[in-house]
Every structure is written in structure tokens, then in C-alpha cells.
Write a protein that binds this ligand. Structure first.
Ligand SMILES: *Cc1c(COP(=O)(O)O)cnc(C)c1O
Length: 491
């Protein structure tokens, strides 16, 4: 069939999963079904896409956040999200793939990178779906209005209840392993579904520079390792035995994995799809999910690599993937959001110890656990602002930018040349829009900061909207067993 034929999920009758197969094998979702709520006229935010423009918007937002009291003596840390920047990245992603293929492409944002309902809704309106990996993430996507046809469930540990729910909703599911596939066998027998079902494979092509984020190593916990003895034959047989298994999924890693290695993982997966389809004698694998993983440049405001670079590389390395025979799913996370977030923290005190200048701020491990615990892998740019939120000038002096937590390693930056920070100034951690709002670290019972989306007008005015309210101290107490104060008395 024509892979580009428009097909809405509603075209698929209940039972499509069990009835799919044979010559009328079809996509669950084609070009039109994956086109979300219509092109938002503000898709690109009408904003300037130069890196300098992003920096100007950020400076204006920090200034306004201080002026409007979003950050101040009583709210000493807050996070800001550049809405125009997010819209630009979404538009850049869509156009990068539209340039290289006419096949339907679902861009499913990896929710773990920014588990915030208003952000998921913003992305949805910009034509981006959701990749979810837990009941919580699925609930966030649904709260943001994501349709099942625009949602993909991955996760190595899906429970029977999660699988049942996904199939009932018609959400695409990528099975991680043979045991999960066996569960899907019995679910598929007992209840018809319109979900597209895929299998995650691990091309075992090796690691990038950050071991913890490299998912395509020989011993990775994800997917079916294709190079293990007998595994490839098992995968092929698994497809031939299950006419409803129509997708292959791979995700070779995140930050630290070079583009060439990502493309290699996609190529291995594509070749497997070709092999399966040849043996099946039909287009059984109709969709390839290439995962996410585009690395982000944390050194400057320049976006490098870009989606366009990656899409062109893929087209060169795996041309068959783009000739229209396969629908595509992507699952980018970090690269869509990282550049658009800023954590602004007030400098509470400054001091010197052992000849080292130290600025003690309110941003540390609670907002930047990865940077604090693995600074070599996750260095962040820090920008200095004065007490009014204006960029601070003056000679750069090496100083530590410390957080509020009670352990010595709680540093956002060590020995970093910056204009000398003083009490009442602000230190901003840049490029923190992805993942930094996902793993709040509750050490010292430090509250989660508020997150504020912003847009800037041509006249320089900045408007804010609350994305996530700052956590209150009462909430900290409540989630720390506050309702069970006497629970241990009786034991
Ligand atoms: C984390 C993850 C992603 C997103 O990775 P990024 O590096 O944020 O783009 C995509 N797919 C899967 C399966 C993941 O686990």
C-alpha cells in the first residue's frame, strides 16, 4: 500500500491489531492522523531564530523576572522557559524531516525531558506528539490533550495493567523484550485493539561519551540485542509469527552519542526491517521508530548539531528509510527543550576560602543533580546578572557557584571566570530546559522552584505564565509524611 496515504485512526476498526496482516496491512495513523491540531499560526513564534536573539530574549526575561518578583529575596530560585524558542525548535524538527521525506512522520517528544503539562500542550499545538514511559507520563500526555494516535509507549518495565490500558486507548506500544511480547500475545488474543505494536531492538553498536546514557552497548538493558547469538533470527521469527507486529524501534542513546553512531543504529534497524519484509513477502514492518538522542551543545547559544544536519545525514546513510515506504516515528527530548530553559538563582552570600571565591546561591543539587554529581559530563554555562537582573559586567574572576544544599560537592560550577558575584546578584544556569525540571532532588527538603513560561514583545515587554507553581513548604511537609505524623507511635 501507499505508505503516504492519509489514514485517520478512526479508519481503523476495533480489532485492527488482530485483523491486520496480509496484503492489506496498514499503518495505524498516516500523514493526516499524525498532523496534530492544525498548524499553529504562531508555529515559529514569529521570533528571530539567531542565537543572539535567544540570548536577548533570555536577558529580557531575567530582568523582568526580577522586576516582577518571580525571583527575589523570598523566592530565591525560579525557572524560565522561552516559549518562542520552543516553538522554533518544534518547527525546525518538523521541517528537517519534511525536507528529506514525504512519508508520514510522527515526532513524539520524550516526555521525561520536560514532564510539564503546559509544555506538552504547547508542543502538541506545534505538531509534536508524545513518547511516554510510565503511567505518570502517559497521564501528563493525556492531560495535555495528546491523542492516542500521537502517543507512543516505551519503557522496559510495563506492567500488565499498563499494557492493557495502552491497548484499550489505542496507543502505540513498543515491546522491550520477549517476555513482554508474550504478554502482548495473550492481550491481543483476549481484546482487540487499534494500537500499533513494535519491538525495540538494540543494534549493539557501542557507547557514546556518557555511559549512563548509552543505550546501544552490548549489555544495555534496553530492547533485544541483535548481535547476541540467535537473537536476530528470533526477532525475524517473532515478526513472521505475528502479523500484527508492524514496527521496529531503536534508540541508541542520548547526550554524548555522536551523530554517526546514531545513524548507524538506525541503519541496522532499517536493514532488519527490510529482511523481515522480504521474508514475509509483504510490507509487514510499515513504521520505523528511530528514537531520539540528538546531542545538545552546552557551550554556547548556537544549536549544533541541528535537526537538519541529522536528517540529511540519515538520508545519506539510510536512503531507503526516506523513499516513502516506511512511516517514521522520532522521539527527541533534550534537543527540543534544553536551550529554552534558564534557572535563575539569587546570590545569598559570598565568601572566600583557601583563596577561592565562592558565591552561595539557591540553585544546587535540588535543581541540577546531574551537574552536581557528574560535573564532567554535565557542565552548565553560568551567566551573571546584577541585583536588578541586568547582565553583570566587569573583570572575570574565577569563582565557585555553589548551591544551598548541605554537602561540599553542591556546586553548579567550579573556579568559573565570571564578573564578581555579590549578595543580591543572580546566577543563571543556562540550557536547563530539558531534564533539569524532571529530576528534582529532594535533599535537604528544598522545595521545587516555580517554572514560568515567557514571551517577549517587540517593544521589549515580557509576559509570564505559570507552568508549575513553586512548591510550598506546606506541600513539602505533606509529601514528607505530614499526614502520618503519629504513624510510628503505635508500633
Ligand atoms: C530518553 C529517550 C528518548 C529521548 O532522548 P533525548 O536524548 O532526550 O532526545 C527517546 N526515546 C527513548 C526510548 C528514550 O528512553
Amino acid at each position: 500500500m501507499d505508505a503516504t496515504r492519509a489514514l485517520t485512526p478512526d479508519d481503523l476498526p476495533p480489532g485492527a491489531l488482530t485483523r491486520r496482516g496480509g496484503a492489506d496491512s496498514r499503518h495505524t495513523g498516516g500523514a493526516d492522523s499524525w498532523r496534530t491540531d492544525g498548524a499553529d499560526s504562531r508555529l515559529t513564534g514569529g521570533a528571530d531564530s539567531r542565537p543572539e536573539a535567544a540570548a536577548e530574549r533570555r536577558d529580557a526575561a531575567v530582568r523582568a523576572a526580577v522586576a516582577q518578583g518571580l525571583v527575589g529575596p523570598d523566592t530565591p530560585v525560579a525557572a524560565l522557559l522561552d516559549v518562542a524558542g520552543i516553538r522554533q525548535s518544534a518547527a525546525a524538527l518538523r521541517s528537517a524531516f519534511a525536507e528529506v521525506t514525504t512519508a508520514p512522520v510522527l515526532h513524539a517528544f520524550a516526555v521525561k525531558a520536560s514532564p510539564l503539562v503546559p509544555v506538552l500542550r504547547l508542543l502538541r499545538k506545534a505538531g509534536i506528539g508524545a513518547e511516554v514511559a510510565s503511567p505518570g507520563e502517559l497521564a501528563l500526555a493525556r492531560a495535555a490533550g495528546l491523542k492516542p494516535a500521537h502517543t507512543v509507549l516505551d519503557s522496559p518495565a510495563k506492567t500488565l495493567a499498563e499494557l492493557r490500558q495502552a491497548l484499550a486507548l489505542g496507543i502505540a506500544v513498543n515491546a522491550d523484550n520477549p517476555q513482554e511480547l508474550a504478554r502482548l500475545d495473550s492481550l491481543a488474543r483476549s481484546a482487540p485493539t487499534r494500537s500499533a505494536i513494535g519491538l525495540r531492538v538494540n543494534p549493539q553498536i557501542g557507547a557514546g561519551s556518557i555511559g549512563a546514557l548509552s543505550t546501544a552497548t552490548a549489555t544495555s538493558k534496553f530492547g533485544v540485542g541483535l548481535r547476541d547469538s540467535g537473537a536476530r533470527e528470533w526477532v525475524v521469527r517473532a515478526f513472521l509469527d505475528r502479523p500484527w507486529l508492524t514496527r521496529l524501534h531503536t534508540h541508541s542513546g542520548s547526550q554524548g552519542v555522536p551523530l554517526g553512531l546514531l545513524a548507524e543504529g538506525v541503519r541496522v534497524t532499517y536493514e532488519l526491517a527490510e529482511e523481515i519484509n522480504q521474508l514475509a513477502g509483504r510490507r509487514q514492518v510499515d513504521t520505523i521508530d528511530i528514537g531520539g538522542g540528538l546531542p545538545v551543545n552546552f557551550d554556547s547559544d548556537v544549536e549544533n548539531p541541528t535537526y537538519a544536519m541529522y536528517a540529511r545525514l540519515l538520508q545519506r546513510e539510510v536512503p531507503g528509510l526516506f523513499d516513502g515506504r516506511y512511516a517514521l516515528v522520532t522521539e527527541f527530548g533534550r534537543s527540543l527543550l534544553a536551550k529554552h530553559g534558564t534557572i535563575v538563582a539569587r546570590v545569598e552570600y559570598t565568601k572566600a576560602a583557601g583563596n577561592r571565591r565562592i558565591a552561595i546561591t539557591h540553585a544546587g543539587a535540588q535543581v541540577a543533580a546531574r551537574t552536581v554529581y557528574a560535573p564532567g559530563s554535565w557542565p552548565l554555562r553560568i551567566a551573571a546578572y546584577d541585583d536588578q537582573g541586568r547582565p553583570k559586567t566587569g573583570p572575570e574572576i574565577p569563582q565557585d557557584v555553589a548551591g544551598p544544599a548541605c554537602f561540599a560537592g553542591d556546586l553548579l560550577a567550579e573556579n568559573r571566570p565570571l564578573p564578581l558575584l555579590e549578595p543580591g546578584d543572580h546566577a543563571a544556569a543556562l540550557d536547563t530546559g530539558a531534564y533539569y525540571f524532571s529530576h528534582h532532588y529532594a535533599y535537604n527538603s528544598l522545595a521545587r522552584p516555580g517554572i514560568h513560561g515567557f514571551s517577549t514583545g517587540r517593544d521589549g515587554t515580557v509576559r509570564f505564565a505559570t507552568v508549575r507553581a513553586p512548591q510550598t513548604i506546606d506541600e513539602v511537609v505533606a509529601e514528607s509524611g505530614g499526614e502520618h505524623t503519629r504513624a510510628l507511635d503505635a508500633l
